[in-house]
Design a protein around this ligand. Sequence first.
Ligand code: NAP
Length: 481
Amino acid sequence: MTLSFRSDAYIDGQWRTAARRFKVYNPATQKVVAEVPDLAAADAEAAVAAAHRALPPWAAKTAKERAAILTAWFDLMIADLDRLAGLITLEGGKPLTEAKGEAAYGAAFIEWFAEEAKRAYGRTIPTTAASRRYITLKQPVGVCAAITPWNFPMAMITRKAGPALAAGCSIVLKPPHQTPLTALALAELAEKAGVPAGLFNVVTTDTHTADVGRVLCESPLVRKFSFTGSTAIGKKLGAACVGSTVKRVSLELGGNAPLLVFADADLDLAVKGAVASKFRNAGQTCVCANRILVEHAIYDAFSAKLAEAVRQLKVGPGDQPGVEIGPLIDEKAIQKVTEMVGDAIGGGAKALVGGARSEAGAQFFQPTVLADVTRQMRVNTEEIFGPVAPLIRFRSEDEAVAIANDTPFGLAAYFFTRDIARAWRVAERIEAGMVSINEGVYSNEVIPFGGVKESGLGREGGVEGLEEYLETKFVNFGGVA
Ligand code: NAP
């Protein structure tokens, strides 16, 4: 199928080109699929200024009026789901079935927040003096800026732009250099839906990323900054936002999710959950189970079943039928995964299946299960971001929870058990923003998504996701008596 797409940036309702463009690659073939403007700091400033101009009339609309425009945007996304999914696969490498899932998931944030903004209620607070009345108003934060990663080229954008626009804010987005085309397709649909000029701006860049980031973090016109990406970059940008202009900050950062399998678990369900969680997007999601902790009594039985399931996974380009594991995003990613697996095997771990690059192409890695992994190995301490499942043995609930929590990260956690009391205990004791019991995949637009510890600040999705784009203003009515 030939996919149509825009390849210019989108600022103030105009498609903008530049003298210098950068290449976008298909990670399955390393072929160039497009060239996109490599914009600089001055373009980011122009986008912020446009967002600032567009803000007052948009904020003045009723939530219902804004919802009507956002619903038109959502409808266009749904009508264009196949093309959006095709673009996600083309530039991100994700298997097409997963890409369709992401496109539907991404669109759902626009629908959800269009509806939710109608319920941005303030409060009436019981007074402390007869002559006064207290209320709170919910108001849009103002101009927002967002920086997003390549592993969800669409959904990481809509879960920021959806609540921002629904709340009455405008937004400037810097998409990742690997996957700008999906972002530009969203801009194309926004334009068609009647989203006014300047409200949704897409600043594409590659060599000027740090300069564009500086404008978004430090501009006094930007009142809120939302970032999804690595913890290292998130810390830097968050500090710049607060240090320069004390803007509101949301950070959705890296993870190191544990998946615990207790001896009382339904083993088939646990294997299914572990495969779904670990091998989604070839292991390249922040909520992928990074390490799998298995109770001693069932370690051998679980390992054998998991290895058998993983052996069946079909590797190949995401646009081919039946493919479940696509390429990694780039050569750096392949090298990192190869090194981490080498570190584990060098330290005594055993590859039950996989363990090396795949013959499917330069950026493919074999789906891998590693047994006899220890807590010191990099596959336990670092985010792998590849199709590698390390198995670690534990002997008690306390030990399992201690290993699970022994990380600076705290995004997602999973565990499998049929013991109801244990389900409560472990859910409460695990240090993570999200815990899933007996299931490996759960993300959707109605839940509060986010992490604790160094996995981030704030939540996206759910009612909490709208709050991130609203200020709570307190109003005192005096002289009533
Ligand atoms: P990354 O290197 O931090 O990049 C993310 C974004 O930040 C990209 O748009 C990148 O732009 C930009 N960026 C990089 N350096 C910058 C700088 N100095 N100033 C301004 N912007 C800068 O992360 P990644 O490797 O693409 O993404 C994977 C990471 O994201 C993983 O750690 C994953 O766990 C995390 N993630 C978290 C969530 C969550 O919700 N918690 C969701 C998805 C992914 P360029 O592309 O131009 O470099």
